[in-house]
Design a binder for this molecule. Structure first.
Ligand code: MG
Length: 362
């Protein structure tokens, strides 16, 4: 038995690397919650989770007051058992964002430990499909950027050999969205993937209207057109448009994905390892999606998700939004428009603990 003898958590505020806006919000800061687990053989695992500006101290409190004390004495190798026991101990606050984010920090720490002890990188131990995965850029597509800036960003991605770009939509008028998307499509031609993201901002009627107007542009997906709990709305929209409907960044349990997939309401699954409760449930969602012949293109967290997309056969894309450069050594490797999964044992993130300590707030 690999007994957990210590488990600690702390919170780091990380400034955003660039201004990021969409139809409903702005990315304020990355509240990064860390968990460090130590075992009786002297090994350590580091896990993390995040918010984009709200609730970080609540996640930390959930960990310190409820979850971490339960870890002491547990067998670190029984990752499923630990996840299940922690989840079961929080019945009154599940399914919920705070609990899932807290579970994710623990679960990624246990996966880090598992990989380190095995001497294997995450992408191999979590499945091992292929080390390089296609990359698309979101950093050049924020809603506050001008049409000229969107075009310049897409051209730069294309010149770098990246296969796709994502643009935020949800301008007050439909014609503004169409004008911006048309300018980018005209600039890059038919041979580049363009995705759009409405961040849950639309009504069903407005999403139908915009999807119809977007259809001639050959989009690869229409992301979060509606509020995430409107499964019926996504189902109706998916049946009524040729554009694949992408959802998942605002879902916090495996069962939510199962319902979307069973109803044909999700054409692309964007499961986020932090929000769904860690690597353990992330893999369950990815495998469920595979059974429905659906691709997984996870939301954000490229530094972790590169290894998970590389682990599964239906991993299609990694989203380029670098956000850990201030607290890590090195950067995610990019080759020929592909992100390369790290080959070092562990979850593949080389933390700079001095920089982390400088930004520690709790
Ligand atoms: Mg999104």
């Amino acid at each position: 038995m690999i007994e957990i003898v210590d488990a600690v958590a702390w919170l780091v505020d990380l400034e955003v690397e660039t201004v990021r806006t969409d139809a409903v919000q702005s990315f304020v800061k990355q509240e990064t919650v860390f968990v460090e687990v130590t075992t009786n053989d002297g090994n350590k695992g580091i896990g993390y989770s995040y918010t984009i500006g709200t609730g970080g101290t609540s996640v930390l409190a959930m960990l310190r007051e409820h979850l971490l004390p339960r870890l002491i004495g547990a067998d670190a190798a029984l990752v499923e058992r630990v996840w299940f026991d922690l989840f079961a101990s929080t019945r009154a606050t599940t399914v919920g964002a705070i609990t899932s984010l807290a579970l994710a920090a623990v679960d990624t720490a246990l996966w880090d430990l598992r990989c380190t002890r095995a001497g294997e990188p995450l992408w191999r131990l979590a499945g091992g499909f292929r080390p390089k995965v296609p990359l698309y850029d979101t950093e050049g597509g924020w809603l506050h950027l001008s049409t000229d800036e969107l075009v310049a960003g897409a051209r730069a991605s294309q010149a770098a050999g990246w296969p796709g770009v994502k643009l935020k939509v949800g301008k007050p008028r439909l014609d503004e969205d169409v004008e911006r998307l048309t300018a980018v499509r005209d600039a890059v031609g038919a041979g580049m993937d363009i995705m759009v993201d409405a961040n849950q901002s639309m009504t069903q009627a407005e999403a139908r209207r915009r999807a119809a107007a977007f259809e001639p542009l050959g989009l690869s997906w229409f992301e979060e057109p509606l509020p995430a709990d409107d499964v019926a709305g996504h189902e109706a929209l998916a049946r009524g448009t040729a554009i694949p409907i992408a959802v998942g960044e605002s879902m916090y349990s495996v069962a939510q994905f199962r319902e979307y997939l069973a109803r044909g309401a999700a054409s692309i699954v964007q499961v986020d390892a932090a929000r769904v409760g860690g690597i353990t449930p992330w893999l369950k969602v990815a495998h469920t999606a595979e059974a429905f012949n659906v691709h997984v293109c996870p939301h954000f967290l490229m530094e972790l998700h590169v290894s998970l997309v590389a682990a599964v056969p239906n991993g299609r894309y990694v989203e380029h939004i670098p956000q850990l450069r201030a607290i890590t050594h090195g950067q995610m490797r990019i080759e020929d428009g592909h992100a390369v999964a790290p080959d070092t044992p562990g979850i593949g993130i080389d933390w700079d603990f001095d920089a982390i300590d400088d930004r520690r707030v709790a």
